[in-house]
Write a protein that binds this ligand. Structure first.
Ligand SMILES: NC(=O)c1ccc[n+]([C@@H]2O[C@H](COP(=O)([O-])OP(=O)(O)OC[C@H]3O[C@@H](n4cnc5c(N)ncnc54)[C@H](O)[C@@H]3O)[C@@H](O)[C@H]2O)c1
Length: 325
């Protein structure tokens, strides 16, 4: 049995699809218990992934199991109580994006994590997509990234329905487009100094901005271009990285390529990257790698890449974009 005892709160859709398969595939992690308010969900997930104990009350689980690490995966409006409770107990905590219902919550979580010496991670798995890390390294081998363009585009089936997420409790950019904002920040490698944005609600009723473009200047001289939209032709997530005479495109769901000096592009099937570590969607989409990173960081006593204080910066950049600059 591993010395890294872990517990999980939430046995929902995303957790079942990507997080449980990733964590239970790590040989040095002991997923000792899980908790869900709905007993059937807790039991079905435990059976599927071989988790020995289930609970309906997370406080009881934390007290009886005493895990070093707690995964808390549920919509942001339910996070506050379990996250603050676990941090005050000094446990290392993983949450999904967004890093809280509001930027204030993110700051509060980051402050508690610092006070209680907790290592933390927000689930920005696109930082860990093997194609992204490999092609970023190849671009940076030629010099610094000077321009990053992030397209996160979707099509909304029924435009008469509002485009709010989680019954409208969070706006689309904060809940969903935040992946692109975070990826852009991380790839640009600096802090945003200037933001100019166009924030629109197109073709749909309600106060839900669903078409956003932004131009962001970073303190290291890099420039970021963001296009987040729910009213385009189809789902496309594409990061475009430009260094000195070199360009890489990364689409986690399809193909990626790199081209330099007016040459022929090298085209790759994105799912082929990192296959030696596993060939399931949770591998090429970055989930397994983000969990490996989190556990490695805990073992080494250092903050993961997207720790809570870092995620505050992404939340703040989202706020600036929504404010138009
Ligand atoms: N990283 C990504 O690409 C990505 C994609 C989709 C969703 N997400 C994020 O994932 C999160 C949602 O995860 P999900 O789809 O697994 O959620 P879900 O809503 O399907 O499941 C949440 C579960 O938590 C349980 N729950 C709620 N409060 C609880 C409590 N106090 N104690 C115990 N259980 C409780 C609910 O009963 C439910 O089963 C959101 O933050 C969302 O933004 C991330």
């Amino acid at each position: 049995m591993s010395d890294m005892r872990v517990a999980f709160i939430g046995a929902g859709n995303l957790a079942n699809r990507y997080h449980y398969p990733s964590i239970t595939a790590l040989p040095d992690v002991d997923l000792a218990a899980l908790c869900d308010l709905v007993p059937q969900k807790a039991e079905a997930t435990a059976e599927r992934f071989g988790v020995p104990r289930t609970y309906g009350d997370y406080k009881q689980m934390l007290s009886e199991v005493d895990p070093q690490v707690v995964y808390i995966v549920m919509p942001p409006q339910f996070l506050f109580e379990p996250v603050t409770y676990a941090l005050k107990q000094g446990r290392h905590v993983f949450i999904e994006k967004p890093a809280g219902l509001t930027t204030y919550h993110s700051r509060l979580y980051a402050d508690l994590a610092e006070k209680h010496h907790c290592l933390t991670q927000v689930g920005f798995q696109r930082r860990h997509v093997p194609a992204m890390t490999a092609l970023r390294a190849r671009v940076e081998a030629r010099g610094p990234i000077h321009t990053v363009s992030l397209n996160f585009l979707k099509s909304t089936k029924d435009l008469s329905k509002h485009a709010g997420f989680f019954e409208g409790v969070v706006d689309p950019l904060t809940s969903d487009g935040i992946h692109a904002v975070d990826n852009l920040r991380w790839l640009a490698g600096g802090e945003a100094t200037r933001v100019v944005a166009d924030v629109s609600t197109r073709f749909a009723p309600g106060p839900f901005p669903n078409a956003i473009t932004a131009h962001i200047t970073f303190d290291n001289g890099a420039v970021g271009l963001l296009h987040y939209s729910l009213v385009t032709g189809r789902r496309i997530y594409r990061a475009e990285l430009h260094g000195p005479n070199v360009t890489a495109y990364v689409d986690p769901d399809r193909d990626s390529y790199i081209v330099a000096d007016d040459g022929e592009p090298e085209v790759f099937q994105t799912s082929e990257f990192g296959k030696d570590l596993g060939g399931q969607p949770e591998h090429w989409l970055g989930f397994w790698h983000e969990h490996r990173h989190f556990i490695d960081c805990i073992r080494e006593g250092r903050q993961p890449s997207s720790h809570f204080a870092d995620a505050v910066k992404t939340m703040e950049l989202v706020d600036r974009i929504l404010a138009g600059g």
